[in-house]
Design a protein around this ligand. Structure first.
Ligand SMILES: [Zn+2]
Length: 80
């Protein structure tokens, strides 16, 4: 799989197909969810000592995780 793909102009969110935010493969909502996931991981990592992948698997199954975040977590897992 190629490591990097050029950003297509007027890209579409890879999850919901809405218009993507510039420099992102996600739309505003999914990009925001992604940022939140990354940020939350920095906290989880210290307390639980889990890997990024384990973390994504965990939050994708948590009831408290929002739909946007779940979709992003699953999308990342699919593309690892
Ligand atoms: Zn989206």
């Amino acid at each position: 799989m190629p490591k990097e793909r050029g950003i297509e102009k007027m890209g579409r969110c890879k999850i919901c197909n809405s218009q993507a935010t510039s420099n992102s493969v996600y739309c505003d909502n999914h990009q925001l969810a992604y940022t939140n996931i990354e940020e939350a991981y920095t906290h989880w990592r210290y307390g639980l000592d889990i890997s990024w992948i384990e973390y994504l698997e965990k939050i994708s199954k948590l009831r408290g995780t929002g739909e946007w975040a779940k979709e992003v977590a699953l999308d990342i897992l699919e593309n690892i």
